[in-house]
Design a protein around this ligand. Structure first.
Ligand SMILES: C[S@@+](CC[C@H](N)C(=O)[O-])C[C@H]1O[C@@H](n2cnc3c(N)ncnc32)[C@H](O)[C@@H]1O
Length: 311
């Protein structure tokens, strides 16, 4: 028997953006300074970027960083690079990175440039491009659009051979959950982020994750992300949320046939219309969004249907 549940949030229009959100969307992302402290002390992020940069950047390399923030990744690259151009458009961060870099031994090799990464090109070809404008599911931040625009401008100016990108590729997956939305007796089906390394007692995984997109930074990449796929439920439950998983392949270690990865926080989005399922039922899931788009745009596009196994 097929039970076609109504679509999640049918035809609902996204709410108009508040002015500060509109700015954020227009500019890419003005991440406030205090949030950079969280990024600097994030062991998972920093240790993997450091390992990838050590592996990819060779002695004397020329490096470009798009979206340099505090300058930390540029500074790591400057350990071996002879020159790093670090592009940042937020004036607060331009000032702060110019304050921090001279406090570090290799900081003098980093030139901070106050410019828009959508427009800037280095004065000469580079060996490596670092770009960390990464949000889960590639939403909100403009990584994909920035890299696409960069590749076109770069090839026009310098010819065919592209630099190596950090990250090299991005793998995205989705997983159906039965998610607890009880907060001290208050029911609130609300967006949430989960640290992959933490136990998630409120989340019951109703099927293993399915990969819905693999983006190779060296190849032309579309901003449109669309997926229709099926899950076979591995246990009974109420599918009331989708978990979005994003793994960044920061560097390929060809000799060891392995990779340096950065698995970022999961994004869990509630379904407007939960569906009941039993073990063995087929759950059909679809969604569609633009890389760099809002979380709400993905949430509004999520559709789930359940195909019951015959009794
Ligand atoms: C997630 S932070 C990463 C900062 C730094 N690379 C690090 O790893 O700590 C992204 C940075 O990109 C900057 N950014 C976003 N869009 C940009 C653009 N179009 N041009 C230049 N910088 C941009 C933001 O201001 C922010 O500092």
């Amino acid at each position: 028997m097929t039970i076609n549940k109504p679509l999640s949030r049918p035809d609902e229009k996204p709410l108009p953006l508040r002015e500060d959100e509109a700015d954020t969307h227009y500019l890419g992302q003005f991440i406030p300074l205090h949030y950079h402290h969280n990024m600097l002390k994030d062991e998972n992020r920093m240790s993997n970027f450091r390992a990838a940069i050590e592996h990819v950047v060779f002695e004397g390399a020329k490096v470009l960083e798009l979206g340099g923030g505090t300058g930390v990744l540029s500074c790591l690259a400057a350990n071996k690079a002879s020159k790093v151009w670090c592009v940042e458009f937020n004036p607060d961060l331009v000032a702060e990175s110019r304050r921090f870099l001279p406090l570090n031994p290799d900081g003098h090799k980093v030139e901070v440039i106050h410019a828009d990464a959508f427009e800037y090109l280095p004065p000469e070809p580079v060996d490596v491009v670092i770009c960390e404008m990464i949000h889960v599911a590639m939403l909100r931040e403009k990584q994909i659009a920035v890299i696409e625009a960069f590749k076109q401008r770069y090839v026009q100016r310098f010819g065919g051979k592209l630099p190596v990108f950090i990250p090299d590729a991005i793998i995205m997956a989705v997983q159906p959950l039965q998610q607890s939305y009880d907060f001290f007796g208050f029911h609130a089906p609300i967006i949430q982020f989960q640290r992959p390394q933490d136990l998630q007692p409120g989340s019951i995984e109703l099927a293993p994750p399915a990969v819905y997109s693999m983006l190779d930074m060296a190849k032309p990449t579309s901003l449109e992300i669309e997926w229709h796929g099926n899950f076979v439920l591995t246990q009974d439950g109420t599918v009331n949320a989708l978990r979005f998983i994003t793994k960044n392949i920061l560097a390929l270690l060809q000799e060891q046939a392995s990779t340096i990865d950065w698995l970022i926080e999961y994004l869990v989005l509630p379904l407007a219309e939960p569906v009941e399922g039993k073990k063995g039922d087929v759950l059909q899931v679809s969604f569609r969004y633009m890389a760099g788009g809002s979380i709400r745009s993905l949430e509004n596009s999520m559709r789930v249907t359940i195909n019951k196994t015959p009794v």
